[in-house]
Each structure stands twice: as structure tokens, then as C-alpha cells.
Write a protein that binds this ligand. Sequence first.
Ligand code: ADP
Ligand code: GLC
Length: 491
Amino acid sequence: MTVCVLHVAAEMYPLLKTGGLADVVGALPPAQSQLGSDARVILPGFPAVLAGLTGIEPVAVLGHAFGAGEVRLERGLLEPHGVVVYVVRADSFYDRPGNPYLDASHHPYGDNDRRFALLAWAAARVATGADPDWHPHILHAHDWHAGLAPAYLRAFERSSGTPRIPSVMTVHNLAYQGVFPAEQFGVLQLPPDFLAVDGVEFYGHLSFLKAGLYFAERITTVSPTYAREIQTQQHGAGLHGLLQTRSHDISGILNGVDYSIWNPSTDTTIDTRYTPAKPTGKLKCKAALQERLGLERNDDALLFGVVSRLTEQKGLDLLLSAIPDIVQRGGQLAVLGTGDLALENGMKNAAAAHPGAVAVELGFDETLSHSIIAGCDIVMVPSRFEPCGLTQLYALAYGSLPLVHRVGGLADTVVDSSLENLADDLATGFVFDAFERPGIVAAIRRAFALKARRTEWKTVMRRAMTKNFGWEAAAQDYAEIYRGLRPSDQP
Ligand code: ADP
Ligand code: GLC
């Protein structure tokens, strides 16, 4: 029988995106539908979400909740895959310009607890029959924004006596937990006994993510290595105790690449298309990028690229310390990013100190992100921690060798160009171990050394481009987890 899955999330490409979560929520449901599921998504009614859907129609009036006024449920279609998207309409909560989480001065909105409690509550309502035409078998919550959904399923089961559907909580990033003052518990409309260690309480506060990790039947995260890391004190962000007790319910499923969007042979946003067999167009992409960013036009300059949120996680302070090592060797650096002021300033200063060799664009620019991934020789992802990481996967597809720190999904997807790995035909990029300047500098030196051996560079580049990180494998793994939750589906 067709398995019906409701994904609960705050963003979805191409409607609204601040990071990789959107890419995943945009790509996983169509991949699941390809395998025969009916995968739908529920999102807050942000202006960009409403603008990007077609055929929006009313489904139900959900009533007054969380002080948002009258909440309505609507349903539309997202082309080109035809994914059905439910929208929570509460304009006083969601009809705000710009970033979905932050106000104009980059501070979290003061009512984010109620805004995302509403998303989770509305999802649980869909799971309990709010759309008379569609009844999901599984609720799949993504990150803290959806973390309360499994808690509402339990609460509704208790009040109605009707068995709940099972839920899966996917952690895309344990660093963002949705922590709010415990005094806010009253507004969540949950049973009083849920404010407990066995519930939503977290060191005297409320944690939306913890609620999901406690109440969901299964927990997944976005790479096998990160699944292990989050169960350690070092990477567990205060949740490792709970995660250790749920160890048997945790799986690490690597994200995929949507090759209908990230494919150098079909990408209409890049200067020239190219393939592993005929990669000459890549050089034209490099020339176009150098031109566009005001870098010196030079085919031979080893061009390093970054497309990233500028936050502590991404380790770009380490890259800043290594810029002289790139420039002194005749290399160049192109950065596209937005985020913390200190990192933005650090990047701007580096560009000013090395005109023609370092170029920095501050902002979020989807088209330029493709141009950088295509035009660079190397894409750098020196993250302190990285649950999965998508830019290194996009880089592989475009033959831009990733240079990464050996953590999380980066460790699972990039193979260092050590002599052994080159000899064994395994190398796809550059990986450093210790998060310290000597580590990244040594990796940068390996990149220059490999570039000097043109034939070997081309071999590694072709290998990178032909790796398959399509979504099908992940969709199969999620299907397996859903089957485990619905024993009646066993063949
Ligand atoms: P994270 O989700 O932690 O930010 P990922 O590597 O999983 O990291 O995903 C980041 C996504 O956001 C990628 O699709 C990347 O291309 C995109 N991205 C990040 N910063 C920018 C930016 N400044 N402009 C355009 N796209 C960006
Ligand atoms: C998070 C992580 C990133 C991951 C993305 C999608 O934002 O930081 O590593 O790739 O989610 O799962």
C-alpha cells in the first residue's frame, strides 16, 4: 500500500531557503514519491511560501490557537514535481518580510516559541484528520521548528483515546535547539506533566528539539558519523545523555544531491555546461567567475571557493588564518556568504588586503552560489562540526575538489588525496584532521601539489564528478525506517 508521509519543516527549496534544510525538504519528498510513497510537506504560511505555490485552496479552519487569531489550513502544489504542500495560515505570525526566524535587526522574533508551536500543532492536526481527504501514516519532523509535533501527537492521543501515528525526528543540526524560558510552557497547550525531564523540559528551560527527540518513535540525523558524534559529550550539545539512552532508535542517513538542480551538464545558471568526459567548459566557468568577482584573469591560479553561512560552525576563522598561504602560492579565493558580523568583516578585510586575489560577496545569492561551485578548482568546508554538508557534495558533482575538516558528513563523503588513496583510486578531495592552522595549511599544500600533477588532478576530478550521491539511497533508508514503525507493511 502507498505510505503517506507528512514532512514538517520551516523551509523548503525553492520556496524559501536559508540553508541545507531547505534543500533536503525540497528534494526528499519527490524522491520518496518516485519510490511510490505519497510524501507531502507542511510549512508556515510565509509570504515566499504562498507566492511560490499554485492552486492554493482552503482545507480547514483550525480555530484560534497560540494567540495567532484564526488559524486556517490551506493546500497548494509545488511545481515541477507536483509536491502537495500544506500551509498554516496565521498572518499575524508569518506575514513578516525577510528571514523566517529573525527580525530586521537579526534577532530571533520574540514570539518564535508560539510561531513554531503553531506549526507543530497544525501538523499534528493534519495527522489526526484535519484534511478529510488525506490521512498520513507517518509524521516526519525536521529540526527544532517541528520538534513539538511528536509531543502534540501524544497529547492528542491522550485526550481523544485514538492511537497516534508514529513519528520520526530528523536532526539537521543539534546546535539549534529551540530553547525558551520554562515560563512559556503555559502557552504551548500541552498537558502539565509534559514539563518534565521525561518531556519538553531541558535544564530548567523548554527545548523544542528535545521534545522531538523524547517523543518521536525514531530519530535520524543526516550522516552516519554525525549520528555517532551527537552521542558523545563533545558534540552532544547537552543532549548526549538522552541520545545515548535512545541509541537503538537513532540512524544516520546521508543526505543526497538533487541532480536536477546541481548538475554541470544541465545547469543553465552557469557560464558553460560541461561533463566528466568533456570538462573544458569548467575553465570557461572559472574565467567568468574571475571576471565577475574582479579576480585576476588567470587560468593557472588555483581558485578556492566558499559558499556558506558565516557562523562559528563553519570554521571560516581557520580559513581566514590560512589566506596568506593561499595567496603567497599564487592562489585565489572567492567567498559568498552572510552571517556573523565579525566573520563578514574578517572576509571584507581579507579582500581589501589582497585585491585581485581574494573576492568576497556578502549576501545570499543562489545564482552566484552555482557560479562559484562550478568555477572554482577547490571548494572549502573547514567546519568545526558538520551534520552532513551539501556544498561539498555539489562541489564533487562539479569537479571542484572539496577541502574539508574530517567531521560529520564531511568525513563520510570526501576521500583525501593522500599517496595511498591516489594509488588506490579513491581520492576525491582534501581532508584535514586537527582543527588547527597547520592542518588546513597542509591540506592547502596538498591541493597545490596535486594541481601541479595535471594528469592526476584530472583523474581525481573525473572520479569526483562520477560519484553518485543521488537521493534514491536515502529515500530507501527512510522507507525502511517507516516500515519498522508500521509492522503491517512488512512484505
Ligand atoms: P547548512 O545547512 O549548515 O548551511 P549545507 O552545506 O547543508 O549547510 O547547506 C547550505 C546550503 O545553502 C547550500 O545549498 C548552499 O549552496 C547554500 N548557501 C549557503 N550560503 C549561501 C549564500 N550566501 N548564498 C547562496 N546559497 C548559500
Ligand atoms: C544543517 C547542517 C548541514 C546539513 C543540513 C541539511 O543545516 O548544518 O550539515 O547538510 O542541515 O541536512
